[in-house]
Ligand binder design. Structure first.
Ligand code: C2E
Ligand code: CA
Ligand code: CA
Length: 768
């Protein structure tokens, strides 16, 4: 109670502020107080004017006026009480008004009333009581003043009643005073607790806004708020910034109109904005909602969360939430999504996107009972470009390949890159077989045209394997596997071809797999033997060498031709141990022949890439005791396609030992005379196809043989014609100037004993 009366400041409250608030409230009531005192004062003066006399009445009124004018001036100074500390002196000054005006009202009670009538006294008493009751209102926030005023005036009234002998009236006055006092204390207490509660709320508000401000400062997020008509309310600077306007400009503006841009007029909102409008209309909660907005003509993405807000009575008063501009994140995530679906080098769709497109095409074709197709496109001899000119050139070339492919695509076809030099084309509707045939032919033709990269003119070819969905595969995986098998096939037949998948390819692949299993055991099982085919001098027709040709008599597969198992051995690198065995075996056998007869051994590129190839040669020569000059290694142009320098170094090391190197199957593979300058070959072997071609009168074949012979002569190399089967062919070849001849006409590949027999009966005679 003492705290309420302002005598002590108890409790953990900001009393300075509370008292300030109390006194500030007084300032607003001071006029009412002066006014009511004036009215009642004039009434009293009117009642007692004749009895007391104008002098005394006038004096009384004047003093009353002075006290209240001073009181009003004191109270006025409290107007800013809520912002400063109220001093004790000020409190005394304030209380003085109550004290003095109390005393002034005792004057009519004790001095005027005894002179007047009883009814005048009663009227005076009522007026005094009105003042006492009024003081509860006028001094509401300064209970101590009320107490002082009530005590003095009440005391006066009691005294007056006692003098008049009205005892029961005293009781009424006392009860009135007691209730006034309790009323005063109660009102003051309520005032204070209301202020304290208010204070707590403002404090909380401040904390909340502080937190929010911090939240705003730390994050790129802003707060937004709208009223029930969806107009912006309490726009924060950050939100205004997001709207590219000042707070004033957008305050009270309809949110949707601000973010819809030109769409506002047409009502043609982007779907996300439409959704937002819908949610606002339905007063629904939403969180992390992506909205496409247009801020002053620029498209942005916002992420918004919002909650409908309601007042204490549950009335909807709008929305409040947080938002942020996520345009950049979205763009970068779109970029990531792009990178995940497109190949960076060529900008073509990547494997992921291709498989998706293929999945859709498959669905489409099973739905419409049509056909789709997958083409696997692989460049022929691309490795050579990469290896000889570097990856930069290779990449530039791939980019050109991509744009050529892209130029052939229409609505019905999509091309993408699977990786390396492998591309794929998904054809949505492949019901028309002519379309497929036409497209594959155009692809092979266009990709085989020369490329100009970094001042080089480059040639590659293309092989295609295709599979038709759903016929050749009901799933993406199956179609891809089968198109791959077809591609494998196309490569196998020499490239530059389109092969369609057929179930037999599975059988071929399976056979190949089984071949591989058996091949792994073949060396241990001693299933290989060597046959030897004689090579004769074109003029004298005497044997100059034998070519060692490996034969495999498999326990599982019977006799398997080298044309079939050598590629498998090369793919699996089993050719390395097999080749090593051949080399040793051939050297051993050659020791049984006359000393001038050479031995030709075929060596695959894989063998040359082995770091200890030349050591194998040394070991074989040493173990057999064969002179290095009698050994001729046969390699094909394919050695120049992969890691050319390693292969070349290996061959140069072997040549340094004294061995010679022949270039086998010349003209079949890559047909670049440039290869001939890269290594000092001793012999060029002209492929059988040219011999056959020349025999059938092909001018091109004749020209090529002529050119090779001329070239070899100028480079100090010899030539061997392969696959001569008749005397006519032998005659033709001799006339074309080839130095040596190999072919069935002079001898088939034969067993070691048969080869040896050639020397035993009739040394070095003509075989034929
Ligand atoms: P290649 O090096 O061109 O061997 C010549 C092939 O032509 C041999 O086939 C031979 O039998 C065949 N041939 C020879 N004269 C005639 C003829 O007048 N008419 C016809 N139609 N064919 C003739 P083969 O023995 O089947 O060998 C095929 C290929 O296998 C060889 O072609 C060679 O590239 C590879 N090869 C054979 N043995 C080995 C080996 O030990 N190591 C490696 N790496 N490859 C080998
Ligand atoms: Ca050969
Ligand atoms: Ca050959």
């Amino acid at each position: 109670m003492s705290a309420v009366l302002g005598l002590t400041d108890k409790g953990d409250f900001d009393w300075v502020r509370l008292r300030g608030l109390q006194y500030a409230a007084l300032a607003r009531l001071t006029f009412n107080r002066a006014y009511s005192h004036a009215v009642l004062g004039i009434l009293v003066a009117h009642m007692y004017l004749e009895i007391v006399g104008p002098l005394w009445i006038g004096l009384w009124l004047a003093v009353l006026a002075v006290v209240h004018i001073r009181g009003a001036m004191v109270d006025r100074r409290f107007a800013d009480g809520d912002r400063r500390k109220i001093t004790t002196a000020e409190r005394y000054q304030q209380a003085t008004t109550a004290f003095l005006s109390g005393l002034l009202w005792v004057v009519p009670l004790l001095l005027f009333a005894p002179m007047g009538t009883a009814s005048d006294s009663s009227a005076l008493l009522v007026m005094v009581m009105i003042l006492m009751a009024g003081s509860v209102y006028f001094y509401t926030t300064s209970p101590i003043s009320i107490m002082i005023f009530t005590a003095i005036v009440g005391g006066g009234a009691i005294t007056q009643a006692a003098l008049a002998g009205q005892w029961s009236l005293i009781g009424a006055i006392v009860i009135f005073m007691i209730s006034t006092t309790f009323g005063t204390i109660e009102v003051a207490r309520r005032f204070l607790s209301a202020r304290i509660a208010e204070d707590c709320i403002t404090e909380k508000d401040e904390v909340v806004s502080l937190l929010l401000r911090e939240f705003e400062e730390n994050e790129a997020d802003w707060l937004w708020e709208i009223d029930p008509l969806r107009r912006l309310r309490s726009v924060s600077p950050r939100f205004a910034f997001a709207l590219n306007a000042s707070e004033k400009e957008v305050e009270g503006q309809p949110l949707l109109e601000l973010i819809a841009g030109d769409n506002w007029e047409s009502g043609n909102f982007p779907p996300s904005l439409h959704d937002l409008a819908e949610r606002l209309r339905n007063r629904e909660n939403f969180s992390n909602f992506f909205v496409q907005v247009t801020i002053q003509g620029i498209d942005r993405w916002w992420e918004l969360s919002g909650t409908p807000i309601r007042d204490e009575r549950g009335k909807f008063i709008g929305f409040r939430g947080v938002g942020s501009d996520v345009t950049e994140q979205r763009e970068s995530s779109e970029k990531i999504a792009y990178l995940a679906r497109y190949d960076t080098l060529t900008s073509l769709p990547n494997r992921l996107m291709l498989t998706e497109a293929l999945g859709e095409a498959l669905q489409y074709s099973s739905h419409w009972r049509s056909k789709c197709a997958l083409l696997m496109v692989d460049l022929d001899r691309f490795k050579a470009v990469n290896d000889s000119l570097g990856h930069m050139t290779g990449d530039k070339m791939l980019a050109q390949v991509s744009s050529r492919l892209q130029s052939l695509m229409g609505d019905n076809a999509m091309v993408g890159r699977l990786g390396g030099d492998e591309f794929a084309i998904v054809i949505r509707d492949a019901s028309d077989p002519n379309f497929l045939r036409g497209l594959t032919a155009r692809v092979i033709q266009l990709l085989s045209e020369p490329y100009s990269v970094d001042n080089h003119t480059l040639y590659v070819g293309a092989s295609i394997g295709s599979a038709i969905g759903p016929r050749d595969g009901r799933s993406v995986e199956e179609l891809m596997r089968n198109a791959d098998l077809a591609l494998y096939r196309a490569k196998d037949v020499g490239g530059g071809e389109h092969c369609q998948f057929e179930p037999a390819l599975h059988a071929i692949a399976e056979e190949r797999r089984q071949l591989e299993v058996s091949l792994r055991k073949a060396l241990d099982l001693d299933e290989f033997i060597l046959h030897y085919q004689p090579v004769v001098d074109a003029r004298s027709e005497s044997i100059v060498s034998f070519e060692a040709l490996v034969r495999w008599n498999s326990a599982d597969h019977g006799f398997v031709s080298p044309g079939k198992f050598i590629p498998v051995a090369e793919d699996t690198r089993l050719i390395v141990p097999i080749g090593k065995w051949v080399l040793l075996q051939a050297c051993h056998e050659a020791r049984n022949w006359p000393d001038h007869i050479k031995i030709n051994v075929n060596v695959s590129p894989e063998q040359l890439l082995e770091p200890d190839f030349h050591q194998d040669v040394i070991d074989s020569l040493a173990a057999s005791g064969l002179r290095a000059e009698r050994l001729e290694i046969e390699v094909t142009e394919s050695i120049f396609l992969r890691d050319a320098t390693i292969a070349r170094n290996a061959l140069e090391q072997v040549m340094a030992l004294g061995c010679s190197v022949a270039l086998d199957d010349f003209g079949t593979g890559y047909s670049s005379l440039g290869y001939l300058r890269k290594l000092r070959f001793s012999t060029i072997k002209v492929d059988r196809s040219f011999v056959q071609g020349a025999a059938q009168g092909s001018n091109e074949s004749l020209a090529i043989i002529n050119a090779v012979v001329a070239m070899a002569n100028s480079l100090d190399m010899t030539t061997t014609a392969e696959g001569v089967e008749t005397s006519e062919e032998a005659e033709l070849i001799r006339n074309l100037g080839c130095d040596k001849i190999q072919g069935f006409y002079f001898g088939r590949p034969m067993s070691d004993s048969d080869a040896l027999k050639l020397f035993k009966d009739g040394q070095q005679r003509k075989i034929a």
